[in-house]
Design a protein around this ligand. Structure first.
Ligand code: NPG
Length: 369
């Protein structure tokens, strides 16, 4: 299929409230959106990287560089008919998974629209909705945390993830567990702890958590294996899993019992599905992570999360959890059963609102063959 143009749109959407993890705070969602035009169709993608290299080394600037100088010229110079052909084309480019995944998302959207098929169908997903939860950033006090969690439960979220860090972990988790004995609850350390914290982390075993996400370093699986051996609670790896090979190594080493899949982190939906397939073969539960995406990335996450191995609720909340206005219409809403509906239209299946993108746009550039 001949591509007519690819545009990069750098946007910055303010969050309704700041989001604090163990290692950084975000007040806005900065990211690159991609618009691909071909055969009279307009397709969209979103790169997951933010303004700062805090969750990963990738940023909006590195995404722009890799897309402008390598990925976009490669795609504009080729005649791609499917996603595997794109994967082969970009394989020689080392790393930069979020840049690769953003363009891949737009190509899935394009090919889906061309064929009149939804992304969910292309990926092999099923069902009209996906179970979701909400991720709660570190709050100034335990009382405020209880208030925020209570607010989300009131909105209908049935699973809560708490961000934790040393000194803001055991007491906070205990307070939420005491207030909500039956709640599906999990915690996320975002790679701030070290193996020496193993005895401290074992205190979390008392709270019936679904999982402890990425307690140790972002590139570690060896110490996670040692830690997992001392904990009752399953460890879920996030940052450490950037490809299906990393997933296999982690499972072989018993570094985790659950894996979080974020398509951006693993270079795209194609690789995300391979990790899902591997885990499913081995009976390991997976769930969809989130990076506070706009409605474009959220549509993509929902489609993948409808595959059968995603047996735990995803970090996919309603648009109103993040933004005053989303870039898609209609916005995503929470169903009363703590699910979000999977788009059914061709490709991503969302209507993108160019006027909203324009309101939050910092830069735009279009590339042609
Ligand atoms: O998308 O609902 C959401 C947020 C889920 O907590 C969440 N994401 O570490 O998993 C994470 C965290 C994150 C936020 C990661 C921003 C990267 C950037």
């Amino acid at each position: 299929m001949k591509i007519d143009s690819i545009s990069l749109l750098h946007v910055k959407l303010p969050y309704l409230s700041p989001f604090q993890t163990s290692r950084w705070v975000e007040t806005d969602h900065e990211c690159l959106l991609l618009r691909v035009r071909a055969g009279g169709l307009t397709a969209w993608g979103e790169c997951a990287a933010g303004a700062e290299p805090s969750y990963s080394y990738e940023t909006t600037k590195t995404n722009w560089h890799i897309l402008e100088d390598f990925l976009i010229p490669a795609v504009l110079g080729a005649d791609l008919d499917d996603v595997p052909a794109y994967r082969e084309l970009v394989e020689p480019i080392m790393g930069h998974n979020m840049a690769k995944a953003g363009l891949e998302m737009a190509l899935w959207d394009l090919f889906g629209q061309r064929d009149g098929v939804s992304l969910q169908h292309m990926l092999g997903g099923s069902g009209d909705r996906v179970r979701v939860g909400v991720s709660v950033g570190i709050q100034p006090t335990v009382d405020r945390l209880l208030e925020v969690v209570g607010g989300y439960l009131g909105q209908g979220y049935q699973r809560v993830k708490l961000k934790i860090k040393p000194g803001r972990d055991v007491a906070e988790t205990m307070a939420v567990r005491r207030a909500h004995p039956e709640l599906l609850l999990q915690v996320d350390g975002n790679s701030v702890y070290r193996l020496g914290d193993a005895r401290h982390l074992a205190e979390l075993d008392d709270f019936g958590l679904l999982l402890i996400e990425q307690p140790l370093a972002h590139d570690d699986i060896v110490d996670h294996a040692k830690l997992q051996a001392t904990l009752k609670t399953p460890i879920c790896l996030d940052e450490s899993i950037t490809s299906v090979e990393h997933a296999r190594w982690a499972l072989e080493l018993k570094a985790c019992r659950v894996i979080n899949i974020k398509p951006g982190r693993v270079s795209g939906l194609h690789e995300g599905r391979r990790i899902h397939d591997l885990c499913r073969e081995q009976g390991v539960p997976v769930w969809m992570g989130g990076m506070l995406e706009t409605g474009i990335g959220r549509a993509s996450n929902l489609a993948l999360a409808s595959l059968p191995g995603f047996t735990l609720p995803g970090d996919i909340s309603a648009s109103a959890r993040y933004y005053k206005e989303d870039v898609v219409d209609p916005p995503f809403v929470l169903n009363p059963d703590s699910t979000v509906s999977v788009p059914t239209g061709p490709g991503l299946g969302v209507n993108v609102r160019p006027e909203v993108i324009d309101r939050y746009k910092l830069a735009e550039e279009t590339y042609q063959p």
